[in-house]
Design a protein around this ligand. Structure first.
Ligand code: ADP
Length: 266
């Protein structure tokens, strides 16, 4: 699809990857990694070949969300060059800085080092043929975002936000950044996470803990698709902690992530 080349090797990168989809948020803690995880497994369940790069270099949570914290990618030599074989779980190929650093260690990296880690995850990993390579970005706007767009042709970005004011403000900045001429990545849409809470004993009620329809209004304001809302569900939080994605549990969460995957695949 592209002739983008690595500055080091001058070989085309990710030529066997059909779509590169970034998952971004303005604020941290809004559920970006949770969304990336469940989107990845939902796309894989639809029959797509999927990879996921955890580009949240200082707070990598993908290994935990996929229950592969103890795993380490293996290395093979190709033409004298070290190539990393991604870890695979639930049908998704994974790469994260978390695989390369001891658990609980804090990664304090300057921008250029974090950027070179992302370049390595793109250029030195044997991704093979993929329909989708998802990139879970750090929150906010950073060097990593710039590195990503300068390194590979990004198909589009999904913006994750909660409906609350502070998250929306940051999401607005993120959205604006992707539209800047030097970035210029199509926004595939906005997904509203933690949209409401429904207690088990009151199945017909919705409590809008973080405000109502903020993500929807953001999508309308920027004239981008609204990709739907995901409620606050205890099992989503538990799934993240236990490493068994909520998508695999039947019901509301499976449906929400399936429809997100369908909109991204469209
Ligand atoms: P981010 O990547 O934006 O920092 P995470 O995906 O790590 O956010 O989510 C932050 C916390 O919120 C995690 O503990 C996660 O399990 C939880 N969480 C995310 N989305 C939901 C949801 N819809 N319902 C309940 N808990 C959620």
């Amino acid at each position: 699809t592209s002739n983008v080349t690595s500055s080091r090797s001058n070989t085309p990168l990710l030529t066997n990857v059909k779509n590169i989809i970034a998952i971004a948020s303005g604020k941290g803690g809004v559920g970006k990694s949770t969304t990336a995880t469940n989107l990845a497994v939902a796309l894989s369940k639809m029959g797509a070949k999927v990879g996921l790069i955890d580009a949240d270099i200082s707070g990598p949570s993908i290994p935990m969300m996929f229950n592969v914290e103890a795993e380490q990618p293996s290395i093979k030599q190709v033409d004298g060059k070290n190539i990393i074989i991604p870890v695979e779980q639930y049908g998704v190929k994974l790469m994260s800085i978390g695989f390369l650093t001891p658990a609980d260690s804090a990664v304090v990296w300057r921008g250029p080092m974090a950027s070179s880690a992302l370049k390595q995850f793109i250029g030195d990993v044997d991704w093979g043929e993929l329909d989708y390579l998802l990139i879970d970005l750090p929150p906010g706007t950073s060097d990593i975002h710039l590195t990503m767009v300068q390194t590979v042709p990004v198909t589009g970005v999904v913006i994750v936000t909660t409906p609350q004011k502070v998250a929306l403000g940051d999401a607005t900045k993120g959205l604006t950044m992707f539209r800047q001429p030097q970035i210029n990545v199509p926004v595939l849409g906005v997904i509203e996470n933690m949209a409401y809470f429904t207690p088990e004993e009151l199945p017909d009620s919705k409590y809008f803990l973080f405000g109502k329809e903020g993500g929807k209004r953001l999508a309308e304001r920027f004239d981008v698709p609204f990709l739907g809302e995901i409620p606050i569900v205890q099992s989503i939080r538990e799934s993240g902690d236990s490493g068994f994605p909520a998508f695999f549990k039947s019901g509301i969460t499976e449906n929400a992530y399936t429809s997100l995957a369908e909109s991204v695949a469209r």
